[in-house]
Design a protein around this ligand. Sequence first.
Ligand code: NI
Ligand code: MN
Length: 236
Amino acid sequence: MTATGALSITWYGHGTFLLVSPGGTRIAIDPWLTDNPACPADCKTIDRCDLILLTHGHSDHIGDVVPVARATGAQVVAPNELGHWLAKKGLKRVSRMNIGGSQTLAGIRVTMVHAAHSSSALEEDRLVYLGPATGYVLGFENGLTAYFAGDTGLFGDMRLLGEVHHPDIAFLPIGDHFTMGPEDAARACGLLGVRQVVPMHYGTFPQLTGTPAALRALVEPQGIRVLELKPGETAT
Ligand code: NI
Ligand code: MN
């Protein structure tokens, strides 16, 4: 990847991605590898990344943050309470943020945004609440902007995110049951004003019934491209 490259997107299945920015910064998002049934056997580790972004504390989003952070020495970015909890677990480089805030890390403008979801972890049979669930807007070196929704239902302020950030591409959950499904994801595309969407958080478990085909049928007539990846696949 060169400084004039494009954004590279690798899907590890479910909500886990590795992005390589146009300038070469490697960004792991919500690393869940070992126990992720959608993650291919030859993709169970991430051994090189600069940033790890966490959207919320559910185990299917942070399951492998400790080993990936240890292996890579990457800067971890997390919502405030989740960040505190992970620091207590021994993670060293944790940058805690909260909704509405931005910072520039390794050349990437990172903005934490609202998500309509929850955030918790089971600890010795006790449910610990870990602050808000979040998404991220990422501003890349070449002006490209991506919206990573995390786990969320549809919310009207996606229109505001569109007005403020003008995302070129959105990563949206479509699985239904724990997040929005394809119909609300199609509405989200309209609110955000994106021309490209990467569907995620589907097919991992039987309850996650939403499909890229259902999303495509709804958004392609509006000229919105669905970038459907297979787990382990990279798109540019
Ligand atoms: Ni979740
Ligand atoms: Mn999830």
